[in-house]
Design a protein around this ligand. Structure first.
Ligand SMILES: Cc1cc2nc3c(=O)[nH]c(=O)nc-3n(C[C@H](O)[C@H](O)[C@H](O)COP(=O)(O)OP(=O)(O)OC[C@H]3O[C@@H](n4cnc5c(N)ncnc54)[C@H](O)[C@@H]3O)c2cc1C
Length: 483
C-alpha cells in the first residue's frame, strides 16, 4: 500500500528490519497459510504453538495491506451492530459470537506486551461517540452490553463527552474501559516475529498462483516452488485473486485512508483531553492522540484505490470541521489500506471443504476478529473445536463485481451523507433549545423585575387546561423551528 512519505513517524519500519525470504524450493508442511496479514499470521502463530509445521506464503511482505496500516484500536464486537446480529441469528448465538470477539481482543492484549513485542505502546480506553442525540437508545444499549453481553461499558452524557472532546459535533458516548490501543504496525510485525519464534516459516515475495484443494495432501503453486499441505488457510483478503477468484469476489474492497498530523502543540491537549481511541458510531471518523501532540486520523473511504496523498487535504479538512480551534492542520504522513467488506457485514471464518479454510472479510474491525479467527481455525484443526460453525449463517455471498463496487461506494456516500445530515439536524436542535432556554430565562428575569407573572400558554383545542404551574411562553424566539 502506498504512503505519501517514505519516512516512518509512528514506530520503526519493521519491514526493513527483517530480511525477506522467498520460497525457492519445494516444501511439505501440515498447514500452509496464504497471506501474512493479521489473519494469516495469527493462524500461523497458533498452529505453530500447537506443534504444527507451518508455512506462510505472502505475495508482497508482512503487513503489506490493511494489517500494516491500521490504527491499532482493539474493541470487542464486529462491524455488524449487535441488534442486527440478534435479528439474524438470535440472542443466544449472538451472545456466543460476542464472547468470542471479546476473547479475540484479550488474545491481542496477551501478545501485546513490551516483552513480547517491543514498542507496542499499549494504552487503555476507547470512546464511541454519537453524531446525533441518542440518550434513550444509549441507556438500552448500555444495559444490553453490560448485563447480557458482559462487556464493561460506561454511558457518557453530552457534557462529559464535550469536556473530553471540545466539539459540538458529538453528543453522547459509550466508554469501553477494557478496550485498548497499540502501535498497529509494530503489532503485525511482532506477530510475525512470534510466529517465526514458534517455528512457523514465513516466505515473502511469494505469491500463490494456484491451489488444488482436492485430496488429502493439497497442492499450492508459487512462481518458483510447489508446496504440499494437509490444510490450506486462505487469508489473502481482497487480494487473493487467481487461487480462488470466486472467494475474492465475495468481498467488496474498500480503501480506507488515514493520516498523521505534524505536532500540533498545546492546543491539541486543550482540545482533546481524551487519550484513548475515539470512534464515531457512524463509522466516519476514527482518531487518537499519538506522541503527545499529534493526531492520527482515519476517515474517507473509496471502493477503488486512490493515492493517499490525494486524501491528505480531505483528512485535514475533516479534522478542522470537527475541531476548528486547531486551525490549519499540517499532514505529515498519509496512507491507505484495503479492507474486505462482506455483504452481510460479518467475517468469513470456516472450512470450505475438508482441509480448506477461509479467514477473511474482517472489515474495519480486524484486530480482535482476526485474532479470534486464528485461534478458532488452529483449534479446530488440532482439537476439533467446532465453534467456527457459529459463523455458518453468514455465507459466502457474491459482492456484485464492478457494479457492486459502484453501488457500495454510492451506499457508503449516502450513509455518510445521511448521518452528516442527521448530525447537522441534531446540532441545530441543540442550538435552538439553548436559545429558547436563554430567551425563557430573560423573560423570567424581566417578569421578576417588573413583578408580573408570565402569560399562560393556551392549551391546544380539545385538551384540558393543565392545573400545575406553567412554563412562561417565550418571546423573541431566535431559534424558531427547533424541537
Ligand atoms: C486505515 C485503516 C485503519 C484501520 N484501523 C483498525 C483499527 O484501529 N482496529 C481494527 O480492529 N481494525 C482496523 N482496521 C481493519 C484491519 O486492518 C483489517 O480488518 C485487517 O488488517 C485485515 O487483515 P487480513 O489479514 O484479513 O488482511 P490483509 O491485511 O489484507 O492481509 C492479507 C495479505 O494476504 C496477501 N495475499 C493476498 N493474496 C495472496 C496470494 N495469492 N498469495 C500470497 N499472498 C497473498 C496480501 O499481500 C496481504 O498481505 C483498519 C484498516 C485500515 C485500512
Amino acid at each position: 500500500m502506498s504512503k505519501t512519505s517514505a519516512s516512518r513517524i509512528v514506530g520503526p519500519d519493521a519491514t526493513a528490519l527483517t530480511e525477506r525470504s522467498r520460497l525457492a524450493f519445494d516444501l511439505d508442511v501440515d498447514i500452509a497459510v496464504v497471506g501474512a496479514g493479521l489473519a494469516g499470521l495469527t493462524v500461523a502463530l497458533e498452529a505453530a504453538r500447537l506443534g504444527a509445521s507451518v508455512a506462510v506464503l505472502e505475495g508482497r511482505h508482512v503487513g503489506w495491506n490493511a494489517s500494516g496500516h491500521q490504527l491499532g484500536t482493539v474493541m470487542p464486537g464486529y462491524g455488524l451492530p449487535i441488534g442486527d446480529l440478534i435479528a439474524r441469528i438470535g440472542f443466544e448465538d449472538t451472545r456466543e459470537l460476542w464472547a468470542l470477539s471479546r476473547q479475540g481482543a484479550e488474545y491481542v492484549r496477551a501478545n501485546a506486551t513490551e516483552e513480547l513485542i517491543p514498542g507496542i505502546a499499549l494504552s487503555g480506553g476507547a470512546l464511541e461517540v454519537s453524531n446525533v442525540e441518542i440518550g434513550d437508545k444509549l441507556i438500552a444499549r448500555l444495559q444490553m452490553l453490560g448485563e447480557d453481553f458482559e462487556t464493561e461499558v460506561e454511558g457518557w452524557q453530552v457534557d462529559r463527552v464535550r469536556a473530553e472532546l471540545k466539539t459540538d459535533r458529538y453528543f453522547h458516548g459509550v466508554y469501553y474501559p477494557k478496550a485498548f490501543q497499540i502501535d498497529g504496525r509494530n503489532y503485525v510485525h511482532g506477530l510475525a516475529a512470534l510466529a517465526r519464534r514458534a517455528g512457523a516459516r514465513i516466505f515473502e515475495d511469494t505469491p500463490v498462483v494456484s491451489i488444488d484443494p482436492s485430496g488429502i495432501r493439497k497442492r499450492i503453486v508459487t512462481p518458483s516452488a510447489r508446496l504440499r499441505a494437509s490444510h490450506i488457510v486462505l487469508a489473502g483478503n481482497i487480494h487473493l485473486g487467481a487461487p480462488l477468484r470466486r472467494l475474492s469476489e465475495t468481498l467488496l474492497p474498500v480503501w480506507r485512508y488515514a493520516a498523521l498530523t505534524a505536532p500540533l502543540g498545546d492546543k491539541l491537549a486543550e482540545t482533546i483531553a481524551f487519550r484513548g481511541s475515539v470512534i464515531d458510531s457512524d463509522g466516519i471518523d476514527h482518531f487518537r492522540v499519538v506522541e503527545g501532540d499529534r493526531l492520527m486520523w482515519a476517515s474517507p473511504e473509496t471502493t477503488w484505490a486512490v493515492s493517499p496523498a490525494r486524501f491528505a487535504p480531505a483528512i485535514a479538512r475533516r479534522i478542522r470541521t470537527i475541531f476548528p480551534q486547531l486551525g490549519p492542520v499540517e499532514i505529515a504522513e498519509a496512507w491507505s489500506g484495503a479492507i474486505g467488506q462482506t455483504v452481510h457485514g460479518m467475517p468469513q471464518i470456516g472450512q470450505l471443504r475438508k482441509g480448506l479454510w477461509v479467514a477473511s472479510g474482517f472489515g474495519r474491525q480486524g484486530l480482535n476478529t482476526t485474532a479470534m479467527a486464528g485461534q478458532l481455525i488452529a483449534r479446530s484443526i488440532f482439537w476439533g473445536d467446532e465453534r467456527w460453525r457459529l459463523f455458518s449463517p453468514f455465507e459466502l455471498v457474491w459482492a456484485g463485481g464492478t457494479t457492486g463496487r459502484v453501488a457500495g461506494y454510492a451506499i457508503g456516500m449516502w450513509q455518510r451523507g445521511s448521518s452528516a445530515a442527521a448530525g447537522a439536524l441534531a446540532r441545530y436542535r441543540e442550538r435552538a433549545r439553548t436559545k429558547e432556554r436563554i430567551s425563557e430565562a430573560r423573560l423570567a428575569e424581566a417578569n421578576r423585575q417588573a413583578g408580573t407573572r408570565a402569560p399562560q400558554r393556551r392549551p391546544p383545542p380539545g385538551r384540558p387546561r393543565p392545573q400545575g404551574p406553567q412554563r412562561p411562553a417565550p418571546v423573541n424566539r431566535e431559534g424558531e423551528g427547533g424541537s
